[in-house]
Design a protein. Sequence first.
Length: 327
Amino acid sequence: MDKIIRWGILGTGKIAKAFATALRDVPDIELAAVASRSVDSATEFAREYGATRAHGDYQALADDPGVDVIYIATPHAMHHENAIMCLKGGKALLVEKAFTLNRREAREIVDLARERKLFVMEAMWTRFQPAILEAKRMIDMGEIGNVRNLQADLGFAADAGPEHRLFNPALGGGALLDLGIYPLSMAAFFLGPVKAARGFGELAPNGVDVQANFVLNHVDGSLSACSCSLNTRTPATLSVCGDKGFLRLHGRFHHAERFTIAMNDGSEREFHFPRIGNGYAHEAMEVGRCLREGLLESPEMPLDETVELMGVLDALRAQLGVRYSVD
């Protein structure tokens, strides 16, 4: 692939704007095109963020020959349809989390990508933050000993109405898919594959989960205790615990720049690894690296893991009684 990676952005909402901002910090890229269901919205976005072309429908972006990779920034209820369309257009993909609404949809995207030999990655930006990568390296080196436990929480008090994507079942609303994916993904990142999950939740009158707590049993026998909430602000910390001490990520862990290692003898050390800009540049840089090296998936966020974690979310939603029309 050419040195310059030509990006397209599908969607013009808040997360699309954050990603477009981050692309300014990524070397050797071009924001080639943006698409919205409204040509006015696409044109305004292109003007503000410097996209070369503005498309008034998603199909036009999927068919744009001047685009190498598309960032799908629509609500997750649309990811399956959008991703299939873009893969049929021959485009590599970075798909915002949650990757899809369920495991079946995720499997279909991955199968088509592999059939067509196209790169796809879940946009779990947390896995590419410098502090997270260094924390993982130190844990793998045995800094806190034999790791057997993890605790993580992520929550905020949302004031959106029932029609908003956070609470609308037609748009895949609920705390698990919007927030729970973070502690789930990071638990798997630090402790390995999940063997079983058990969850409890509080549901809104329309049947979506407004908060959930869940416990994970990992393949190696270690345990994670996780929580997510759309009706309470939580500390948003993550702690990985071993027999020699623990490591704690600070400052809302999903984009942490600092972590502390506390040892059994009472000693503590703090580490600081700043992110680039708003933090989204790191996942874009990983996509660029993979494309230039001819990889079809990222070793840091492999596709089979994305599919399996969607299956864990399916199981947790079933336990809570949350069901979407595509299930």
